[in-house]
Write a protein that binds this ligand. Structure first.
Ligand code: NAD
Ligand code: DAU
Length: 351
């Protein structure tokens, strides 16, 4: 039994689906179901007793304490967060509340639970904190990739809130001995990603013949990782990671945003020729304030110590992703409601 937070979101849902398929042991999924959470992501587990869904906030300490006491999980895998940089710029408050205070609340309850354990249960318990490469700040084009010892330099409210949560996780290991493991991962893409992030937004817009809004000059670089590879990295870190350690997870796949959008348009052209060439929809719009220039992950530590490395190549992963969105129009319709359109107006209306 493991407790997953944020398991109705993009990566959390992929993680739970794969966990149940591969490990077969039960998962309690604590999720507040914000705009980013969607139980439809886990529809295939509807009648599966191994998925126990609990709607709730990680800030609800009584609820977390009760779940830990009742289910006695051997690990907590903590995904729950506000995760979109642009939303953190227009409204940072929820980011502090969930990412910082929420992680603190969960750490407190995990500490109380773990302290009362004994023997193997205590030795084997893990608190795995899922974090991001954005905590390290921005790289110049010739800088070496982020390693686990790169100093923290978060630039957006989102990155700062994740950095704060990472520091709390580190402190709970250092001070209380809580067996924490932290993973800092690069940009994920794949099925079930909410269409506010670059890749699913561009797929959605391209298929609806809408402009493809590229921020600034489109030359910012991200290091893309297929979500299934991220989930495999987390499972590996949970099994083989050392308490107190951090592992960077990345795709060895640096691309400019323009490269990503052009590759994606070429795939859409091939799979849905109507409206081709979709690249004609690219529209350069006002840049994101404080936009980080480049992220790149050095994932050598997790490869060397744990044996994990990405399996998916960007081009094949992107093709699978586009195909998944084409195959799941009902999922898209379900998440592109009035609230979604209000977000598009707020973020893109005056760009
Ligand atoms: P997401 O926004 O798709 O999902 C977040 C989930 O957390 C949602 O289901 C939401 O309902 C839930 N949630 C939010 N606030 C909550 C609260 N207070 N209590 C309980 N549940 C709450 O996010 P994602 O892209 O799946 O990211 C998951 C984690 O991975 C985050 O911690 C994020 O920082 C990290 N991460 C994401 C990426 C990426 O590229 N998406 C890369 C590296 C790290
Ligand atoms: O690096 C890991 C991080 O990756 C995660 O921690 C975050 O949760 C995740 O959202 C992601 O952050 P980014 O800001 O890099 O992702 P996003 O998809 O929002 O943007 C990717 C790049 O594309 C970035 O340089 C901004 C640009 N962009 C984004 C959007 C939404 C555009 O040019 N146009 C857009 O409309």
């Amino acid at each position: 039994m493991i407790l997953v937070t944020g398991g109705a979101g993009f990566i959390g849902a992929n993680f739970i689906l794969e966990w149940i398929a591969r490990e077969g042991t039960p998962v309690i999924n604590l999720d507040k179901l914000t705009y980013a959470g969607n139980l439809g992501n886990l529809a295939s587990l509807k009648n599966d007793a191994r998925h126990i869904f609990v709607k709730g906030d990680i800030n609800d300490r009584a609820l977390a304490a009760r779940l830990l006491k009742e289910h006695q999980p051997q690990a907590i895998v903590h995904f729950a967060a506000e995760s979109h940089v642009d939303r953190s710029i227009s409204g940072p408050s929820e980011f502090v509340q969930t990412n910082v205070v929420g992680t603190f609340s969960l750490l407190e309850e995990a500490r109380a639970y773990w302290s009362a354990l004994s023997g193997t249960a205590k030795n084997e318990f893990r608190f795995l904190h899922v974090s991001t490469d954005e905590v390290y700040g921005s790289l110049a084009s010739n800088d070496p990739a982020f390693s686990e010892t790169t100093p923290y330099a978060p630039n957006s409210p989102y990155a700062a809130s994740k950095a704060a949560s990472d520091h709390l996780v580190r402190a709970y290991h250092h001070t209380y001995g809580l067996p924490t493991i932290a993973t800092n991962c690069s940009n994920n893409y794949g099925p079930l990603q909410f269409p506010e992030k670059l890749i699913p937004l561009m797929i959605y817009n391209a298929t609806h013949e809408k402009p493809l809004p590229v921020y600034g000059d489109g030359l910012n670089v991200r290091d893309w990782l297929y979500v299934g590879d991220h989930c495999a990295g987390i499972r590996a870190a949970l099994k083989k990671g050392q308490p107190g350690e951090t592992y960077n997870i990345g795709g060895n796949s640096e691309k400019t945003n323009l490269e990503v959008v052009n590759t994606l348009c070429a795939i859409v052209d091939e799979l849905r020729p109507q409206g081709a060439p979709h690249a004609k929809l690219i529209k350069f719009v006002a840049d994101r304030p404080g936009h980080d220039k480049r992220y790149a992950i050095n994932a050598e530590k997790i490869r060397r110590e744990i044996g994990w490395q990405p399996a998916e190549k960007f081009e094949t992963g992107l093709r699978k992703t586009v195909q998944w969105y084409f195959d799941n129009p009902a999922w898209i319709d379900g998440v592109t409601s009035g609230a979604y359109r209000a977000w598009l107006d707020l973020n893109y209306g005056s760009r």
